[in-house]
Unconditional design. Structure first.
Lengths: 141, 298
């Protein structure tokens, strides 16, 4: 566990289903509905749509990582991050708190401030690269 | 002419039919396995391989010292294979489709062509027929770029020998399947009289219809299952060119890697008749026109 000092915290991006701090967060990273970019000191936030990434056949995680990087957030709190999104976020120097699920965005920030979110060093999802394959199998002996 | 042997459902007998057609084909012919994810035509044709080449895809390589982080490459890429994260450019070679756009657009010439290995191609001969196959690298997700290279090689081989081509296509109705049949002169859909066979035949028929390539059906394992596949063909106006009976002797020959058309006079005649029907369904003028078009494109 990495304990966070208030002073060096920076903005936090939280994957969310709606622009509401008290709504359930979205456990998906690449294909979440949007991001709440929260200032943990004041709890003021802005909402960023993730629509552009959601419609991509592939590369949603990387697209979402670009959105987060542009927002200036230094930390992401989410459920699952695939390998490419992980590489992209790490490349941008953004720290990643995974396995944050079944809580509201506000609770996620509280957990993070209390040092209860583990900062990950590896992706926890194998991702969904490639999109809809389509061998219609059967009968190959 | 180029004949594509395709199907919706896997395991209906594409390779069985392809190998048999190659064996009875009267004119010079190249047998090509475009099911690059799981090629198996060679198991029946037992070709002598005379050439082999690794197929690669051009992917961007970054010289970070020249990059000014303008982001043009990342904006251009539809597949997020190159991404600008602040002052770091990340490349994801496995996502790249090899269009070369990023390399062309980079104002600083910081990107140069690198290679991602797609798989390999092998060619040679099987009896009097020519033989060509692609084999996708294990772990590679995209088969169409490799298939394009195999088809390019096929074009050279058919032109050299003034030969026809019989394509063993991959199953399904997604990009690889469409890619295998899209420039054929005729598509032969192999199915079986089962609910799965019927359903997937319908999918394949619907998927390939916009290509405006004539199609006909071979019903394999005729005698098993039900009549739904015949009903579908009737209602869709799909002619059934041949029925291969559901017989143990055929399954046994298959399991021994034998070409079905060579197992009995009866089977030989069945496939010779099938070949003749396909030939007469494609007027010669049509595929000569197609060949001329191809030459112009090349």
């Amino acid at each position: 566990m990495v304990s966070q000092k208030e002073s060096d915290m920076g903005k936090i991006a939280i994957t969310c289903q709606s622009p509401d701090l008290d709504a359930q967060m979205d456990s998906r990273f690449g294909r979440c509905a949007g991001f709440l970019i929260v200032d943990p000191d004041t709890m003021k936030f802005e909402y960023l749509e993730n629509g552009q990434a959601q419609v991509m056949a592939q590369g949603a995680g990387i697209q979402a990582a670009e959105t987060v990087a542009r927002s200036g957030a230094k930390t992401v709190l989410t459920g699952y991050v695939g390998p490419k999104a992980f590489a992209a976020l790490s490349g941008a120097g953004i720290q990643i708190g995974q396995n944050v699920e079944n809580v509201t965005a506000r609770q996620a920030v509280e957990l993070f401030k209390a040092g209860k979110v583990e900062i990950s060093s590896a992706p926890n999802s194998s991702g969904h690269a490639g999109g809809g394959g389509g061998r219609r199998g059967g009968g190959r002996i | 002419m180029k004949l594509a042997v395709a199907s919706g459902k896997g395991g209906t007998g594409k390779t069985t039919v392809s190998a048999s057609l190659v064996s009875v084909w009267k004119d010079p012919v190249i047998a090509v396995d475009l099911d690059v994810e799981e090629p198996n035509l060679h198991l029946f044709l037992h070709p002598e391989i005379t050439g082999r080449r690794i197929a690669g895809l051009e992917v961007p390589q970054l010289d970070a010292s020249k990059c000014t982080y303008c982001g043009k490459c990342s904006e251009l890429c539809q597949f997020k294979a190159i991404s600008l994260m602040g002052e770091v450019v990340l490349t994801f070679p496995e996502m790249c489709h090899g269009c070369g756009g990023c390399i062309a657009i980079c104002p600083e010439k910081a990107l140069s062509p690198g290679v991602r290995e797609l798989g390999e191609m092998e060619w040679g001969s099987a009896g009097k027929a020519g033989f060509l196959m692609g084999r996708l690298r294990v772990g590679e997700a995209m088969s169409p770029p490799l298939m394009r290279q195999v088809k390019e090689k096929l074009g050279k081989m058919t032109a050299e020998k003034n030969a026809d081509a019989i394509i063993d296509a991959p199953p399904g109705v997604s990009c690889p399947a469409v890619n295998a049949v899209m420039d054929a002169d005729f598509i032969l859909l192999v199915t079986e009289p089962t609910p799965f066979g019927t359903y997937d035949l319908q999918l394949a028929h619907e998927a390939f219809q916009p290509l405006s390539i004539p199609m006909a059906v071979v019903v394999n394992r005729a005698g098993m299952g039900n009549d739904a596949v015949y009903d579908y063909c009737r209602s869709a106006g799909l002619e059934i060119f041949a029925e291969i009976p559901y017989e143990r002797s055929i399954a046994e020959a298959y399991s021994q890697g034998r070409v079905i058309a060579e197992t009995s006079l009866e089977m030989g005649k069945l496939f010779a008749d099938l070949a003749e029907k396909i030939r007469s369904a494609v007027p010669e003028s049509l595929y000569i026109m197609a060949a001329i078009k191809e030459v112009r494109h090349a």
